[in-house]
Design a protein around this ligand. Structure first.
Ligand SMILES: *[C@@H]1O[C@H](CO)[C@@H](O)[C@H](O)[C@H]1NC(C)=O
Ligand SMILES: *[C@@H]1O[C@H](CO)[C@@H](O)[C@H](O)[C@H]1NC(C)=O
Ligand SMILES: *[C@@H]1O[C@H](CO)[C@@H](O)[C@H](O)[C@H]1NC(C)=O
Ligand SMILES: *[C@@H]1O[C@H](CO)[C@@H](O)[C@H](O)[C@H]1NC(C)=O
Length: 286
């Protein structure tokens, strides 16, 4: 009898913990795959037992260079399917390019219900720097990369879709098919949805740091970016915030925007460091 009771309460407790945490969806970075997110996956399950983790394995390696919209739409359908099984919502973590794909999904899919969205060192404000270029295009220098990226052909790569050359703003607006739209910098028929969908978040956590060395400027991980003379203008001084184009200001003013700066972390360590998971991811995962 005693043993039966113990087993009964044991099962109850297991059920309880497995119901306690929302599922987490992980989106990997450029030129890697789901394997690169395993440390985060395992740590979440170790520290928050019972959490169901979905580690996206689409667009791995070279196919991570496919266009941003293609990745947003394909991965978005998968995540919508996952989300449909969890009426309470899911949590979403995207690393590097994966954080920008994830933002595109949140803003595009009304049937993806995200509670906490964590962007882990992602080029949310754009990218203009060799550190990132050389991961994929060793021969290119940043000053002339726009000649490739601001063309029909250049827009067939994910990097071209968020390349933001501060000296060629007009070409950026003319050619870039992703970032200026998802940022409501150029208005479209979808602009209202892009904003209202982002505003559904319970928490939006933007993590980045000054020793990243790949995301350039590093403040791009928090929507900061270069002005026309390459001086960094931080998020709250940016038009996207001041004019509240996508809801960042409203999220901030309602206490839902969390800007987290962590020094001493190189870009390739954010997702490999267990103490980053413990200190900066787990506290936001409900
Ligand atoms: C949705 O997810 C279920 C498993 O949860 C799977 O069996 C099904 O094939 C998925 N559907 C689509 C359209 O991806
Ligand atoms: C989610 O919405 C998209 C269109 O926005 C649709 O194609 C997809 O089938 C929906 N998925 C689910 C699981 O409802
Ligand atoms: C950058 O340019 C703007 C005008 O285009 C000017 O007002 C500002 O002083 C410049 N900043 C620096 C640091 O050169
Ligand atoms: C891991 O992260 C901690 C901060 O949480 C930092 O102190 C440590 O230096 C990091 N290790 C590496 C290898 O980046």
């Amino acid at each position: 009898m005693k043993l039966t009771l113990k087993i009964f309460f044991g099962i109850l407790m297991l059920l309880n913990t497995s119901l306690a945490y929302k599922p987490v969806v992980l989106v990997h970075g450029i030129m890697t795959g789901s394997g690169s997110m395993e440390i985060i996956s395992r740590r979440i399950q170790e520290k928050h037992p019972g959490t169901k983790v979905y580690n996206v394995n689409r667009f791995e390696s070279w196919s991570s260079l496919e266009t941003m919209w293609h990745q947003v739409l394909e991965i978005g359908l998968d995540i919508a399917n996952i989300s449909s099984h969890y009426p309470e919502g899911i949590n979403l973590i995207g690393y590097s390019q994966g954080g920008l794909v994830a933002r595109g999904i949140v803003q595009t899919f009304p049937n993806v219900s995200v509670s906490t969205f964590i962007s882990l060192s992602s080029p949310q404000g754009g990218q203009y720097g060799a550190g990132f270029l050389h991961v994929v295009f060793p021969g290119l220098v940043k000053e002339s990369a726009y000649e490739l990226f601001y063309s029909r052909v250049g827009q067939h790569t994910s990097v071209g879709n968020y390349w933001k050359d501060p000296y060629h703003q007009t070409l950026y607006e003319e050619y870039s098919v992703f970032l200026p739209y998802i940022n409501n910098h150029i208005m479209s028929a979808k602009s209202d949805d892009f904003k209202s969908n982002l505003l559904r978040l319970k928490r939006f956590v933007l993590i980045g740091g000054p020793d990243d060395q790949v995301i350039t400027p590093w403040q791009s991980s928090q929507f900061g970016y270069y002005n026309v003379n390459e001086t960094v203008v931080e998020l709250r001084e940016q038009d996207i915030y001041m004019s509240d184009r996508i809801g960042l200001r409203a999220l901030d003013e309602s206490g839902r925007l969390h800007i987290v700066t962590v020094p001493g972390i190189n870009h390739f360590n954010w997702h490999m460091n267990v103490s980053i998971v413990d200190d900066y991811l787990l506290p936001y995962l409900d």
